[in-house]
Design a protein around this ligand. Structure first.
Ligand code: NAD
Ligand code: IMJ
Length: 262
């Protein structure tokens, strides 16, 4: 990439949470950031996906994979301690939060049946983690650093089966605004992409997901689903100085589906 291009990430470090496999949205974003010159650190949730994420990290120039289960404060502290001691990674110019989880039984049936345990778990992993990471990252972030998270239209509309995840995404989007207000004076920006449905691990096994993809394809202004690359390109933009005037924003990358009325 042209060194004068504002979306050039040469000499910059990006920390990307939420890669589980090649289909993860976080992986598309990581590859795109690496393509723009960034040194990328991936994190993985547990030993079960360690080998896969290490393999993906090793395919990136100077890529590295470190453990981080966002339910574990000690693992989060150790992640940032490890980064602080690595000369190539001791500053974080871009942080990508692409993490969400709810109990499978909460993602079907009536929302009114949401359990206390299911509610708290979804919010802990999918929302609190962003705040916990932003606080730790702040100390390593230079002026101009940028944070990005992934949301979904279910934050704004009642979408069948999205249930407690929709409420968690609403809290995530509100957290983006509060974090933007808090981090702005430190010249750190934070935004969300509200992505249209994409066939990933988090979508697989969702009852009727194929029909949801088809519904969007028929109704969206662009008459198709959004691609992983379109989400990743928007991520690169929001994380770069090209978006220097944008913070606290939720940007829909969904082939226009959200604007459609009748
Ligand atoms: P994915 O399953 O590939 O990614 C979800 C990630 O969350 C996984 O890598 C998983 O390891 C991680 N995770 C779960 N619990 C964790 C924990 N305790 N600690 C650390 N990591 C944990 O699926 P995806 O579709 O790439 O999802 C990424 C993000 O995009 C999520 O926030 C999701 O809500 C959002 N999103 C997805 C879609 C879609 O249709 N796929 C649409 C809009 C938004
Ligand atoms: C998820 C559930 C219901 C409807 C859904 C989704 N639609 C879309 C998704 C229409 C697009 C995918 N999505 C946006 C998510 O955020 C998914 C999060 C998720 C998925 C799972 C599946 C496996 C599991 N827990 C999960 N937790 C969160 O056990």
């Amino acid at each position: 990439m042209n060194p004068s291009n504002p979306a050039n990430f040469q000499g910059k470090h990006a920390l990307v949470l939420g890669v589980a496999n090649e289909r993860s949205i976080a992986w598309s974003i990581a590859k795109t950031l690496a393509g723009a010159g960034a040194t990328v650190t991936l994190t993985y949730q547990g030993e079960r996906i360690r080998a896969k994420v290490e393999e993906l990290a090793s395919s990136l120039p100077n890529g590295k994979a470190l453990p981080c289960d966002v339910q574990d404060d000690q693992q989060m502290d150790e992640l940032f301690e490890e980064l602080r001691n690595d000369p190539d990674r001791k500053t974080i110019d871009a942080l990508v939060h692409s993490v969400a989880f709810a109990l499978k039984e909460e993602l079907e049936g009536r929302f009114v049946l949401t359990s206390r345990k299911g509610f708290l778990l979804a919010h802990e992993i999918s929302v609190y983690s962003l705040i916990a990471l932003a606080r730790r990252a702040e100390t390593l972030m230079p002026h101009g650093a940028s944070i990005l998270t992934l949301s979904y239209l279910g934050a704004e509309r009642a979408i069948p089966n999205y249930n407690v995840m929709g409420v968690a995404k609403a809290a995530l989007e509100a957290s983006v605004r509060y974090l933007a207000a808090d981090l702005g004076p430190h010249r750190i920006r934070i935004n969300a992409i509200s992505a249209g449905p994409i066939n990933t691990l988090a979508a697989r096994g969702i009852r009727g997901f194929t029909e949801m993809l088809q519904y969007v394809r028929e109704k969206a202004p662009l008459k198709r689903n959004v691609t992983q690359q379109e989400v990743a390109d928007t991520a690169l933009f929001l994380l770069s100085p090209l978006a220097g005037g944008i913070t606290g924003e939720v940007l829909h990358v969904d082939a226009g589906f959200n604007i459609q009325g009748m």
